[in-house]
Design a protein around this ligand. Structure first.
Ligand code: GLN
Ligand code: ZN
Length: 763
């Protein structure tokens, strides 16, 4: 018998290989599925996902990684931390109540009845969690046995469960309080946590993974002492064995202190903490479990089985088999479910990849005592093939990118002089009005796309349909009275995938969906080779739009950093170099747009802020590289050509300096929900660009009144002055309907007009 190390995952994708959970949730919200139906589909998915882990040969199956919306929300419910606006503490946790916390309403149709919990990014992944809200004097009480029920379900089906629970320090550190440091609540939390662990033991679990990803970004005294208080409270009488997991980072200098918490096992993220391995090898107690997270839960590249087996062998020699476990670096929820459906991917590329189900197999292969020579050889062949594959290395691009010097990051004149020139050239009024790029992707547009994909209509018929949507959008924008128009982005399913489809070195998958939040999934492209632009990508549609109107049309592109952030990126080149290759491609597009007569070009970078590394020490380098890439992309045009960028849904304060360094002419920012707070960063951060703070929250179907918009604009004038203010919505309008779009835009134009009248009466 081939002995194997103990293996486990920190989580498996929960949405389903065919996005079954997404469909079920949306059916439930629309009243097409009842609670029993949703439960049945959910249970079915859990069983299937456990079966896949067991079939791969893993020792444990991950439990409690399932959620109807989000794990942080689940934990808040489990600990009884439900804000009062969602009903009295004692009321039962129905699905209705649960979804009201997540979405502000339990069913679709009507308006939200209450403000949902805030949604924000989970560490440096593209997953978003719900932010628990804790009141002053918050108490905690174990109040929901979801994790125990799922554990029992796994046991009953014959699996060996390892529940995964977010740790107390991470839970508190990521929560919001109205006053004070949430970590000060740690001792109140401990009894509820103890009850939670007891419930898991009663359900038949022997081990629980307590995950503390917060250690990837914070190891200050407040955090470490909160952690110590928690572990002093839960460890001594623990009814089951505790595996402390630290995904996403490197605990480094805090490692000795973390080890002295006394967990029965420690799980480290080998993809990020490899520098800690020698210390662990030498110092981690032999009588406790050391669990190596060696299979990358973030990337989609097939691993080098032999290299990982030999890394494991050094530990195996020192520790033996029993106290050494192998796992994934973090939950596999951040990669797509399986490669099986990717039948139209290039077979070579497909052989280099590994999604969740394939990763479970790799993990199992690394853990076996005897190597599987066939599997090793296949992995090796894929890796060698990848290295020498045509397009992985494009010498022409390498040379072009290497020759990008300082001058390819500089516009001609300084910003203030450019803005003067552009004012003359464009002849725009004070408070120019515009939108962010996309117009409603109506059922008609989606149907057109679906029919084209299914081969029911030809390319030319599809193009004609898109073209008529664009013409109509131009007509409507003129009618509404906007000053700077857009073509509407009807041809784009997604702002990153669209460019991924046209650039060399990038592949898009058929079914590589990853959950972003709730029922929302994204399909990140795969950057596998050197990026090159074989042909212009947006010039035809932009020029066609410009030919229909005398008003300026904005060319609309996605920036290099956002393409990088929202893709799976090759692991054989530094990210900064991939960013420059993308920038080089976008630069050519920007120039071609200018040559085609576009006087304004927008390069969107909503992903810039979220690429900020967790480790403060790595931020400078990232921001320098991001700024460099953006400047390469945008600085190849004449001074008269106006470059815009757009950013949304992020705190801008800690990147204000970098935004200033982009040297962009105009920036639009999401700002309506914070009532123009974002302008604080503009005013104080040395951003000299003209600025369009969003005055319409496009995430709601509500039509803002002219008065409301005027109110926001008055605040904006007070913050940054009238001369450099633009008037626009928060973000693109692709999720909105035309009716509310037109009403809102009419009010937006009226508010700008109002302001102009006031300004000329009162110069
Ligand atoms: N131009 C894009 C759009 O309007 C921007 C989207 C975004 O910022 N996320 O859809
Ligand atoms: Zn946006």
């Amino acid at each position: 018998m081939n002995a194997s190390l103990t293996t486990h995952l920190s989580g498996y994708p929960r949405i389903g290989a065919k996005r079954e959970l997404k469909r079920a949730l949306e059916d439930f919200w629309h009243g097409r599925l009842d609670a029993a139906g949703l439960d049945r589909i959910s249970k079915d998915l859990r069983l299937r996902h456990w079966q896949e882990q067991a079939d791969a040969g893993l020792t444990f199956v991950a439990v409690n990684d399932f959620s109807h919306y989000d794990g942080m929300l689940d934990l808040a419910c489990c600990l009884g931390a439900i804000p009062a606006r969602f009903g009295p503490a004692a009321s039962p946790l129905t699905l209705e109540r649960y979804f009201r916390m997540a979405r502000g309403r339990s069913r679709d149709g009507g308006a939200p009845d209450v403000a949902p919990l805030e949604l924000t990014k989970w560490f440096d992944t593209n997953y978003h969690y719900l932010v628990p809200e804790l009141g002053a004097g918050q108490t905690f009480q174990f109040s929901w046995d979801k994790a125990a029920r799922e554990t029992r379900e796994a046991v009953a089906a014959g699996f060996r469960p390892k529940p995964v629970v977010i740790g107390p320090a991470t839970f508190l550190a990521l929560s919001k309080t109205d006053s004070g440091d949430p970590l000060s609540l740690i001792s109140h939390l401990v009894p509820a946590y103890r009850d939670l662990l007891q419930s898991l033991a009663d359900a038949g679990a022997e081990w629980v993974e307590i995950s503390e990803p917060i250690l990837a970004c914070r190891r200050d005294e407040a955090l470490l002492s909160a952690l110590e208080i928690a572990w002093q409270g839960i460890r001594p009488a623990s009814p089951l064995k505790l595996l402390l997991a630290i995904p996403f980072g490197r605990p480094g200098e805090a490692l000795a202190r973390i080890c002295s918490l006394g967990a029965d096992g420690l799980h480290v993220d080998v993809t990020r903490a490899s520098a800690d391995l020698p210390w662990l090898h030498a110092n981690y107690p032999q009588d406790r479990v050391l669990s190596l997270g060696i299979v990358d839960g973030r990337g989609i590249w097939r691993c080098d089985l032999e290299a990982l087996r030999s890394l494991v062998a050094t530990f195996r020699k020192a520790r033996g088999d029993r106290q050494l476990w192998l796992g994934s670096s973090c939950s596999l929820q951040h990669v797509p479910h399986t490669l099986e459906a990717e039948t139209s991917l290039d077979p070579a590329l497909r052989s280099w990849l590994s999604f969740a189900r394939e990763k479970a197999g790799e993990l199992s292969a690394i853990a076996r005592e005897q190597p599987d020579h066939d599997a090793n050889a296949a992995a090796r062949a894929a890796l060698t093939g990848r290295r020498s594959h045509r397009g992985v290395k494009n010498l022409e691009i390498r040379k072009a990118v290497a020759s990008l010097d300082e001058s390819s990051q500089r516009r001609g004149k300084p910003l203030a002089d450019r803005l003067t020139l552009q004012r003359e050239h464009l002849g725009l009024p004070l408070f120019p009005t515009t939108t962010i790029g996309s117009f409603p992707q109506t059922a008609e547009i989606r149907r057109l796309r679906a029919r084209h994909r299914a081969g029911e209509i030809t390319g030319p018929v599809y193009e004609a349909g898109l073209n008529s949507a664009m013409r109509e959008a131009i007509r409507l924008q003129e009618e509404v009275g906007l000053d700077v128009l857009v073509h509407g982005e009807f041809e784009r399913t997604d702002m990153v995938e669209h460019f991924g489809q046209m650039l060399d070195g990038i592949a898009v998958t058929a079914n590589g969906w990853v959950q972003s939040y709730g029922s929302r999934c994204v399909k990140p492209p795969v950057i596998w080779g050197d990026v090159a632009r074989p042909a212009p990508m947006t010039v035809e549609v932009s020029a066609a739009a410009q030919s229909l109107t005398s008003r300026p049309v904005k060319g609309m592109l996605t920036g290099p950093i956002t393409i990088l952030q929202w893709s799976f990126v090759r692991d054989d080149l530094p990210r900064a170099l991939v960013a420059l290759q993308l920038a080089h491609a976008i630069r050519a597009e920007v120039r071609d747009l200018e040559a085609a007569g576009l006087r304004i070009i927008q390069v969107d970078e909503p992903g810039l802020r979220e690429g900020l590394p967790l480790e403060p020490g790595q931020r400078r380098e990232y921001l320098d590289s991001a700024v460099q890439a953006f400047r390469v992309a945008t600085s190849g045009v004449r001074d008269e050509t106006q470059v815009h960028t757009h950013m949304c849904y992020a705190e801008f304060d800690d990147v204000a300096e970098a935004i200033a360094a982009l040297d962009v002419d105009v920036i639009s920012l999401e700002a309506s929900r914070s009532r123009m707070e974002a302008l604080g960063a503009v005013a104080s951060g040395g951003i000299g660009a003209e600025v369009g703070p969003g005055v319409w929250d496009i995430h709601s179907p509500r039509v803002p009144t002219t008065g409301e918009i005027r109110g926001l604009l008055d605040r904006a004038v007070a913050a940054v002055g009238a001369e450099r203010l633009w008037v626009n919505p928060d973000c693109g309008l692709k999720t909105r309907g035309w009716v509310e779009t037109l009403s809102s835009l009419r009010n937006l134009v009226a508010a700008a007009q109002d302001l102009r009248t006031a300004a000329s009466a009162n110069p």
